[in-house]
Design a protein around this ligand. Structure first.
Ligand code: DGL
Length: 263
């Protein structure tokens, strides 16, 4: 009986949560690295952006949605594919669900700081991510390697949520946002919010090809693979996994998520 139960559990989906459609940038990598896993993806676009909300609210919303995923979808592991929700709630989630692997995402400061000794790194994230303890602890570890310049960019979230990730409005916003920084002075840009990889083309257009861009999606997908393997939870099936996309913002956000995923 025991082994049957284990097989069932292995076939359960991985739950992926974001404040909106941004989590799709992590889903893309998870599909690439773990193609056989079933995924249940939930975006809370009705309540996005999270990054400008009080910490307590973001924590409560995240706990509520993850609790529902576990109860209704029997997810075998959870990826909080949102830097903001991770900084607000990952500790509480791990405490509450000690037996379910909980994978968070954090800004990819490490590869960006190690890439060039003494480099200047612009760290784009939400206001909350930059304000919270988790970011400060991470930044402290790499501050002797590179100059890390945190920069909140809330409007990128709104533009991506509106499907304007590659638009004249995005270009104009980025031009204003980056204007105080000298083009020649920046070596790397960290996309510390899961919405931002969808604006990567526009960001690259501004900075040009000599500025390296880093994001945490691949690292998070690899961490999920490691944790599923360690807990013997990998789906043994060889076919492609099923992807269920849901969003509190309704059909329009689900269609946008599909487009962002390239479906
Ligand atoms: N996608 C979220 C992140 O990675 C934040 C977007 C929001 O402000 O809702 O931080």
């Amino acid at each position: 009986m025991e082994s049957e139960k284990e097989t069932d559990e292995k076939q359960n989906p991985v739950g992926i949560f974001d404040s909106g459609v941004g989590g799709i940038s992590v889903v893309r990598e998870i599909i690439r690295i773990l193609p056989s896993e079933d995924l249940y993806v939930f975006g809370d676009s009705a309540n996005a952006p999270y990054g400008v909300r009080p910490l307590k609210e973001v924590r409560e919303l995240t706990l509520m949605h993850v609790e529902r995923m576990i109860r209704e979808r029997a997810v075998k592991a959870v990826v909080v594919a949102c830097n903001t929700a991770t900084s607000a709630a990952i500790a509480a989630l791990r405490k509450r669900y000690a037996s379910i692997p909980m994978i968070g995402i954090e800004p990819a400061l490490k590869p960006a700081a190690l890439f060039k000794q003494g480099g200047k790194v612009l760290v784009l994230a939400t206001e909350m991510t930059i304000r919270e303890e988790k970011y400060h602890e991470l930044a402290k570890r790499f501050s002797d390697r590179a100059e890390l310049i945190p920069l909140p960019a809330p409007e990128i979230v709104t533009l991506v949520e509106d499907g304007k990730q590659d638009s004249a409005e995005m270009d104009a916003y980025l031009a204003d946002l980056f204007a105080p920084y000298e083009k020649a002075g920046i070596d790397a840009v960290v996309l510390g919010c899961t919405h931002f990889p969808f604006a990567a083309d526009a960001i690259r257009r501004y900075w040009g090809k000599d500025v390296r861009i880093f994001d945490g999606a691949e690292g998070t997908a690899r961490e999920l693979k490691r944790r599923l393997t360690k807990n013997d939870l990998r789906n043994p099936s060889e076919g492609r996994g099923k992807i269920i996309l849901e969003n509190s913002g309704g059909e329009e956000k689900i269609r946008l998520s599909e487009r962002l995923l390239g479906l």
